[in-house]
Design a protein. Structure first.
Lengths: 438, 302
């Protein structure tokens, strides 16, 4: 009996101790990080998670946190699985003084968290993914998806194609194919591309690829038969690598094959070797480790063996995306601190920080990120920022991406009515009264 | 019209080639099921583990491809021995469902082990398998066939012949068949069940290596490789769980069937039907031949 009590006591202590250990001191900012370092999509999840972690750790190491408040980053493994992602949310939202913001890193998880986080009053920052119509801050008070949505991405890609063809009027009669992941994510740009097809007179060919996308022969045989003038891709994970290889195999010209920013990493092009040379993809930030912030990361973290990943992978496309996500989030927290004059902001105050976020190009320079991306300004009505995207190109010989176009502005006349219609439908379904603001 | 017919030929050949790739995965399942009655849930992960080990040995230890392949074969044999020692020997005479459950656990352990040992990145597999279209066919006849798939087809043919000889002409092969027919009868004539299990898991591990190499050459070696097992299931249902020729013929039927379906029916219904069409095709066969095309018909007398 005594032995049983001893075991029971030990078990209680074992459960209680970690909770005691993580309860945060005053002034500590709790940032859960939903990552996927395992599972089929891990190759993409790891660099993002490393970039995200490195930036937060850099702030802790170099600056002593944000405005003097240390960051407590809590990683939770989702394996890119929606159910696990929701479990991560539930298990971390009460950590420390309460989670301040979530970066779900999956459109599926984002869709599940939109109602939950809105009810719990915790902001969600689905950076460049998730529900596009969350751009309407009047309806989606707690969700932010800047700097650009998938619909912005679609308009940027079509504008680039228009430029290459010699003008948007030259799109008439052209055939554009969309090879997409047959999921909520992959289907996002279809409506926008259809509306643009009506306006500019191109023919849109839709080619869905089922998860995970290891076998795409039938898709690319159809591309070979129909010979579209351009192929766009909304892919993820192994689907990207196989698609680029198949396109190279059927000798589809790589400089007429454009992926969205989630089909744009080194992982996606390297398996195809020289065949991927010239492949294009949308981008919302620059690739590479040539920015002062990267030098700081190497100096303050990697030189001290505190880096989250491998030193030579700092600056990869998805690493930089994680870094950008952490940078904008930290600036939102800083804004919240200044707005509410506190070192200890609540999640609701951080939401205010997001809604009043302004990271100008001058501020980017101060952060060691001059030319890394464009300036943004978020408002109550606009949670998706300026919605600009450029096109980057892969050089297989140098194994390097470079930006090869200007940053295209979004086309509000195309995406505006779609966002309005979708967010209104959501508001109606969920009995949400839209806020009145600009 | 000529162009359309050529496209039909191209689709059919691509389907046949894809079918061989599916059959390579299905073969591993068949071998273990045939010899031990275990449906090995970990077969897809075995292919991943073999592929990861091969690339890992080449990248981290600088081994040339031939040496890395031999070393990986060695690793797969040691792994088979460990699986028998640590898992299977404790489960002799247990229900098939218990053995099946143990392979689910095994899949998770191997996936974690592969991750710890070699990392989760996409690894480029370059062992000299030619890539891209066969140029002269494409340039002179407008016919698109991939070199990798031809290599897979030839490898598949060699492997099936080798396995047929192994099962029918060698002493160990006959012992394997004896164990498959009746565990207890085999034990009573002095066949060591444990040795047989090590051998069959080793052979299955080598088949998994071949599948891992072929699929890894296609997409890079990465963790989604374990999902190729999903492609093998309809092949098994169709071809029968106990027949090596069944795995091949099943693979070919599924491969061609899904390509025809995707291209000629898919475009009418919005596309992306090839994955579930394979299962529908397999279920259709089940209605008429529950044991699969070449599976053994089980007759149980009351």
């Amino acid at each position: 009996m005594n032995l049983r009590k001893l075991f029971a006591g030990a078990a209680v202590a074992a459960v209680a101790l970690p909770v005691i250990a993580v309860s945060a001191p005053a002034g500590e900012l709790t940032i859960p990080s939903l990552v996927y370092r395992t599972g089929p999509y891990a190759p993409n999840g790891i660099p993002f998670a490393n970039g995200y972690a490195d930036y937060w750790n850099l702030l802790n190491e170099r600056d002593g946190g944000i405005e003097g408040s240390k960051i407590n980053l809590i990683e939770c493994e989702t394996a890119y699985n929606t159910q696990q992602g929701v479990e991560c949310y539930e298990s971390t939202k009460g950590e420390g003084a309460g989670a301040l913001v979530y970066q779900p890193l999956s459109t599926g998880i984002t869709y599940q968290l939109i109602p939950k986080a809105s009810a719990d009053k915790i902001p969600v920052f689905s950076m460049g993914y998730g529900r596009t119509s969350a751009a309407n801050g009047k309806v989606f008070e707690w969700i932010f998806n800047f700097p650009a949505t998938y619909w912005d991405g679609a308009t940027a890609i079509v504008q680039y194609i228009g430029d290459r063809e010699g003008g948007m009027d030259k799109l008439k009669g052209k055939k554009l194919a969309l090879v997409y992941h047959n999921s909520a994510y992959g289907k996002e740009p279809i409506r926008t591309l259809e509306v643009m097809a009506e306006k500019y007179g191109y023919e849109l060919m839709l080619l869905p690829v089922d998860h995970p996308g290891q076998e795409q022969k039938a898709t690319w045989l159809q591309v070979r038969r129909e010979r579209p003038d351009w192929v766009m891709m909304w892919g993820w994970g192994v689907m990207n690598q196989v698609a680029i290889k198949e396109a190279a195999s059927i000798r589809y010209p790589m400089d007429r094959f454009i992926g969205v920013w989630w089909s744009a990493s080194e992982n996606d092009v390297l398996p195809a070797g020289a065949g991927a040379d010239g492949y294009l993809a949308a981008a919302v930030h620059a690739p590479g480790a040539d920015f002062p912030v990267h030098a700081d990361i190497l100096k303050h973290l990697y030189d001290k063996n505190k880096g989250a990943g491998e030193r030579d992978r700092v600056g990869e496309v998805l690493y930089n995306r994680g870094l950008a996500a952490a940078m904008w989030t930290s600036e939102a927290i800083r804004t919240a601190m200044k707005m509410h004059n506190t070192k200890d902001p609540t999640a609701a105050q951080v939401r205010d920080g997001f809604e009043n976020l302004k990271v100008s190009e001058a501020r980017l320079k101060e952060l060691g990120l001059e030319g890394f991306t464009y300036g943004i300004e978020i408002s109550c009505a606009n949670h998706s920022g300026p919605g600009r995207a450029a096109i980057q190109q892969w050089d297989a010989k140098a194994k390097k991406w470079s930006i090869v176009s200007k940053f295209y502005d979004r086309m509000p006349e195309i995406t505006g009515p779609l966002i309005e219609a979708d967010s209104s439908a959501y508001a109606k379904e969920n009995n949400i009264t839209a806020r009145s603001c600009n | 019209m000529g162009g359309e017919f050529l496209f039909f030929i191209e689709t059919t050949i691509s389907g046949l080639m894809a079918g061989v790739m599916y059959a390579l995965v299905a073969l591993g399942f068949v071998l273990i099921f045939k010899a031990s009655g275990i449906f090995n849930f970990a077969q897809g992960v075995l292919a991943l583990f073999a592929g990861l080990t091969l690339v890992g040995l080449m990248e981290k230890f600088g081994l040339p491809p031939w040496a890395a392949i031999i070393a990986t074969v060695g690793v797969m044999i040691v792994l088979a021995w460990l699986i028998e020692r640590l898992v299977l020997q404790y489960l002799v005479n247990q229900d098939p469902i218990i053995l099946f459950m143990s392979t689910i656990g095994l899949a998770y352990v191997l996936e974690g082990l592969g991750d710890i040992m070699w990392g989760s990145d996409v690894k480029v597999l370059e062992i000299g398998i030619p890539q891209g279209a066969v140029d002269w066919l494409l340039d002179d006849y407008g016919l698109y066939i991939e070199k990798l798939e031809i290599v897979a087809a030839v490898t598949g043919a060699i492997m099936v012949t080798g396995l047929a000889v192994f099962f029918n002409k060698t002493r160990i092969g006959r012992a394997l068949r004896a164990v498959a027919d009746d565990h207890q009868a085999a034990l009573s004539v002095g066949i060591s069940l444990r040795t047989i299990w090590v051998i069959v898991w080793s052979v299955s591990g080598i088949v998994a290596l071949v599948a891992g190499v072929m699929w890894g050459s296609k997409s890079g070696v990465q963790f989604s490789l374990s999902l190729i097992a999903l492609k093998a299931l309809p092949v098994l249902i169709l071809g029968g769980f106990t027949s090596i020729p069944g795995a091949i013929v099943g693979g070919l039927i599924i491969g061609v069937g899904e390509k025809w379906a995707e291209i000629y029916i898919g475009s009418l219904v919005g596309g992306a039907i090839e994955n579930w069409f394979a299962y529908v095709l397999a279920l259709g066969f089940l209605l008429f031949r529950p044991q699969g095309l070449f599976g053994e018909r089980i007759i149980e007398r009351v």
